[in-house]
Design a binder for this molecule. Structure first.
Ligand code: ASP
Length: 469
């Protein structure tokens, strides 16, 4: 266990301390050597000179950037003209008594000490992500991400929510994107799918009597490169029983405000309660269903949340049929239940979907669900499933719905996007510990990668030779 965080050393003037960390920088000024020592909590200056034990001085002169060391010394107040106000420990320095080299380091491929890293080629940063993460900007990001998730967990716990983990190896579901699939060794020719979202499981948890569920959930969608999407991303996923639309929106609004007030007191929310726009109003006024509602876009501290409601339930497919705009499990608004059951006026039917937007991005969305089996069945039939297909793909849901499921609804936030907006980062890769490239590669682990012939044989999989273009 570490003796003390480097950031705390400033409170120990006059004491002997033991500090462990990385050499961030070495400056030789004639006979005096300054070593900036860094750990997660910050940086402080350590110093040795002609007054220092000669053998310690010799070691100090060999240290290089990113070597890992343990330094013992005395915390001394700096003379007034040496104080560095830019550094939280700028009032003090450590007079080195002893140095132990815990590990040496090769010269790093890019600078960690001086820069925020934006200027370094992103592929290089990803390949050496563990070095990139040593930067103050990214270390603080990890800390803030942790605290955001911790604050969400605490708040929901107080409101009586259970966090429940749902399976990662599951079955392909129609959430609107392509699934990542995993071959089964024991069941030759069969495949699991990684969840695009825990949608069905969270609804089944409502059938299980959990009533208030949430999960910091990993989701997987095999989509073509689009913007800064990631093949795997994190949702704050939530579902509640015995609620209507108003209850879920209210709850989420409270939680978002709590997060901002607790962790980002310097930020201000433009309008509360969050303004609500119908899909039609948003499209007519802003030409988008994720409008930027900020009053002043040059203000980095303005957070303009808003709700978009009254989305059409269905849209036409290229083939002339119908598909859902958001979620096939949503309920229609009450006045459209008959139209759903009678499968008429499809283009006019509105869903209970609500999306929450922030500064021009959609940061979450959800709905009240169709909890009566005949309503869900009718939705599925409108989007083109035959009775037989409904039974095969959704039989388990319809069965659960016929065994006493309460009315329920929920939401999922795109947590990476929300965090990037709160931290003022330009893209979500900056707030994910180990992000992938736009085309889905993990450059650090070099994934995806071929597997051995033995593994393929075990899985009964034959890989076709790549065709030349
Ligand atoms: N499962 C939905 C999604 O991932 C969110 C929800 O309706 O709760 O977009």
């Amino acid at each position: 266990m570490k003796q003390m965080w480097i950031g705390e050393s400033v409170n120990h003037v006059g004491s002997s301390v033991v500090l462990e960390g990385w050499i961030s920088n070495r400056r030789d000024h004639g006979k005096i050597i300054f070593l900036d020592l860094r750990d997660r909590s910050g940086i402080c200056q350590t110093v040795c000179g002609p007054w220092t034990d000669a053998s310690v001085y010799v070691v100090a002169s060999t240290l290089r950037s990113e070597w890992v060391v343990r330094i013992e010394g005395e915390v001394k107040k700096r003379p007034d003209n040496m104080v560095n106000d830019a550094l939280p420990t700028g009032q003090i320095e450590i007079d080195i008594h002893r140095i132990e080299v815990l590990n040496e380091a090769d010269t790093p491929p890019f600078d960690i000490h001086e820069s925020d890293g934006y200027e370094v080629k992103e592929e290089l940063r990803m390949k050496y992500r563990y070095l990139d993460l040593r930067r103050k900007r990214l270390t603080s990001m990890l800390g803030m991400r942790h605290r955001i998730i911790h604050t969400i967990r605490q708040w929901l716990d107080q409101k009586g929510f259970f966090e429940v983990e749902t399976p990662i190896l599951t079955r392909s579901t129609p959430e609107g994107a392509r699934d990542y699939v995993v071959p089964s060794r024991l069941h030759q020719g069969s495949f699991y799918a990684l969840p695009q979202a825990p949608q069905q499981y969270k609804q089944l948890l409502m059938a299980s009597g959990v009533e208030r569920y949430f999960q910091i959930a990993r989701c997987f969608r095999d989509e073509d490169t689009r913007g800064d999407r990631q093949p795997e991303f994190t949702q704050m996923d939530l579902e509640v029983s015995f609620v209507d639309r108003e209850d879920v929106m209210q709850l989420n609004e409270e939680l978002l405000v709590h997060l901002v007030e607790t962790l980002f007191p310097q930020k201000h929310i433009s309008q509360r309660p969050f303004p609500r726009l119908t899909y039609k109003e948003a499209m007519e006024t802003y030409g988008t269903d994720r409008p930027d509602l900020r009053k002043d876009t040059s203000d980095p501290h303005e957070l303009a949340f808003g709700w978009i409601v009254d989305f059409p339930f269905f849209e036409k497919t290229d083939g002339g049929g119908w598909t859902f705009t958001h979620n096939p499990f949503s309920a229609p608004q009450k006045e459209y239940v008959d139209a759903i059951l009678e499968k008429r006026d499809i283009d006019t039917i509105l869903t209970t979907q609500y999306d929450v937007v922030l500064n021009g991005f959609e940061i979450g969305g959800g709905s009240i669900r169709a909890h009566q089996p005949h309503v869900l069945r009718s939705v599925l039939s409108i989007i083109g499933y035959s009775d037989e297909e409904i039974e095969t793909h959704f039989g388990h849901m319809l069965k659960a719905f016929s065994l006493g499921i309460p009315p329920h609804g929920g939401i999922a936030w795109g947590l990476d996007r929300l965090i990037s907006l709160l931290l003022g980062e330009p893209n979500i890769r900056e707030v994910i510990a180990f992000p992938k490239t736009g085309d889905g590669r993990d450059l650090l682990m070099d994934a995806p990668a071929p597997i051995s012939q033995e593994q393929l044989n075990e899985l009964h999989i034959a890989v076709e030779k790549k065709k030349d273009n």
